[in-house]
Design a protein around this ligand. Sequence first.
Ligand code: TRP
Length: 325
Amino acid sequence: MERVLSGMRPTGKLHIGHLYGALANYVKLQDKYDSFFFIADLHSLTTKYENTEDIKQNRVEVMLDWLASGIDPEKTTLFIQSRVPEHAYLHLLLSMIVPIPWVERNTTVKDMIRDLKLKENASYGLLGYPILMTSDIILYKADFVPVGKDQVHHLEISREIVRRFNRFYGELFPEPQPLLTEFPSIPGLDGKKMSKSLNNDIKIADSEEDTRKKVMRAITDPQKIRKNDPGHPEVCTVFKLHKIFSRDEIPDIEKNCRSGALGCVACKKHLAENINKALRPIREKRKSLEGKKKEIEEIFEEGSKKARKVASQTLKEAMEHMRID
Ligand code: TRP
């Protein structure tokens, strides 16, 4: 069976962009592949090394969101990166063979430095982001890595590192391929990409009331000022969200918006209802899991032990290939 691996940084409660992008994909993949999904807490340190107080809590939030969304620990190995110290060891070994320009050219890291305004606070560890990611992947000899478009450059570097390792020390690692999700990207309430840092997201864990309030704030067609003005669905964020959550009703919504029969307030109320309906089973499951934190930590503890078995075997092979073991 081919192997799939992916990770997510513990940034806090996940939003519906994660749910319909990454998580829905994980849930599908776990039936077809031998899958490993992990919480990349060491990667969080690449940018959040100063304020680490909420990393552990965020880890729990991600665990809850994953399990509530249908990721099944019976089918998948779920683990925490920092519980498998082999990731750090292989990262060190790989860092010895990676030429500086490969990491300095990395556009994703450059974007992070710009977006987070890190400037001279950008750390040595951040420069090594794709090297740590490479060790995450190749410790499990993963064939496929489901990721978003923004991660593709990291994976190109991963493949280059793998080729270099295999050339110097003999074939050991497969070249990991990205698996781009076909899911639509979910716009945030302001029309930009949905993101926690832009404060334009709807969380999986939000209450129905919060969801309604957030949807009421969403940006619509700026030319539709009064309720009965004709609208332009093609420029409206609420309409884009309807396309995902109200699929069967799209022709009616579009027609009634254009004619002016449907006002934005009613349109948003309807969207909020449909989002809440879609999320209800997941939210209920999440609520019930919130009372079982011990069991959940246990799942990830067990998974980390399982992951560590695989990782330590691979690390041994890597050290043998490099002739230091
Ligand atoms: N960089 C990924 C992200 O921010 C998270 C990640 C860390 C990851 N290690 C990985 C993803 C290994 C896939 C494989 O989304």
